[in-house]
Design a protein around this ligand. Structure first.
Ligand SMILES: [Zn+2]
Length: 351
């Protein structure tokens, strides 16, 4: 993963490459941000840049100040996620084929597939779905930390930085977290631990105090004014249809939305996701809707946000996120939108 392949986050990326170039790399860092922010992709691109044998500097010719080259032997191995000094830890659970005390190493191939399928921005739910264990809660266990300690203690194979990327670090259980403290305090030479987490609240304070925290902001979407008005109107009529669920009018809406074409449709779904999040913030914390996320319909503005609550916000955002990926992978838009409509209708009524 090169930085140029990551959407947005230019200010943060330029800050990170500057720190790496200056040689002030902290050995334990925590990237905090929603999966959709690209936090995991950032960690991988960071590790690739750190080890790239021919870092590129653009001197104002790009919105990035620097990037990895993508062509040296290290970059090539990183791009296949197969470098011997790159290690991953992530939540796992027992599956029909995996042992009673599962660990990341057993699932590394599935994890690489997952990273590739979702462009390194998949969510935790999508990972469990990928493993076929949707109903289980994954965890990072003692065995994972034992493996980390062993792997990071080994001599670097290729003279590069050894990097451990721990995704969804908040899923580390207490025993595992306590075991990791010593490694965080007394790192071996030329090792970097990059933790990636969505929620600071779920991390142990003993871990937080030992890592450098980097906030990865959620991605706002860039939609032109006229398109925003169009999307807002589409969103309002869609949500109203989901309450009544009249098949004839719903399928007419779906037909029209499908006509947008792939990229505008993805953008609309992103807009819907951002709108839902804004509504949730209004319900949960009284944050008023930003101008660009009002719906141009007084009645809807005042009544709809209350429909998005703790009980359904995750479900709705996940459904919208998955639909974006289906559209991106060229799924049949009408079917995707119809299935999405049923899921959302159920979730909204379940507030
Ligand atoms: Zn390179």
């Amino acid at each position: 993963m090169r930085f140029k392949d990551i959407e947005g986050q230019r200010i943060l990326i330029n800050h990170l490459t500057e720190i790496i170039d200056s040689g002030r790399v902290s050995h334990a860092q925590l990237l905090l941000g929603p999966s959709s922010s690209g936090s995991l992709a950032l960690a991988i691109a960071y590790a690739q840049y750190l080890n790239c044998e021919n870092r590129q500097h653009y001197h104002g010719e790009s919105d990035l100040r620097a990037d990895s080259c993508g062509e040296c032997p290290t970059c090539k191995k990183y791009q296949q996620l197969m470098h011997t000094d790159l290690h991953f830890v992530f939540p796992t659970a027992t599956t029909s084929s995996a042992s009673s005390s599962p660990c990341s190493n057993e699932f590394i191939e599935q994890f690489r597939d997952f990273l590739n399928n979702y462009h390194q921005t998949g969510t935790e739910d999508q990972w469990y779905e990928h493993l076929g264990i949707e109903k289980k809660q994954g965890m990072i266990r003692e065995r994972d930390v034992d493996n980390i300690v062993r792997e990071l203690g080994l001599k670097s194979y290729e003279g590069s930085y050894k990097v451990l990327i721990m995704w969804m670090a908040e899923r580390m259980n207490i025993v595992a977290a306590n075991k990791l403290l010593k490694t965080l305090e007394e790192p071996t030479d030329r090792t970097v631990i990059l933790m990636v987490a969505e929620s600071r609240d779920r991390m142990l304070s003993t871990i937080l105090s030992r890592v450098q925290q980097i906030v990865v902001p959620g991605q706002g979407i860039e939609v032109s004014g006229s398109r925003r008005v169009e999307y807002a109107a589409m969103f309002v009529s869609w949500m109203r249809l989901l309450f009544k669920l009249n098949m004839q009018t719903l399928s007419a809406w779906v037909d029209k939305a499908a006509e947008l074409g792939r990229e505008p449709l993805k953008l609309f779904l992103k807009f819907a996701q951002e709108s839902v999040r804004a509504c949730y913030l209004k319900t949960a914390a009284g944050v008023e809707l930003k101008d660009e996320l009002t719906f141009g319909d007084e009645k809807f503005n005042s009544s709809f946000p209350a429909m998005i609550t703790n009980n359904n916000v995750e479900q709705i955002c996940n459904a919208l996120n998955e639909a974006q990926y289906s559209i991106e992978r060229n799924a049949y838009a009408k079917i995707t939108l119809m299935q999405l409509s049923f899921r959302l209708s159920k979730a909204i009524k379940n507030r």
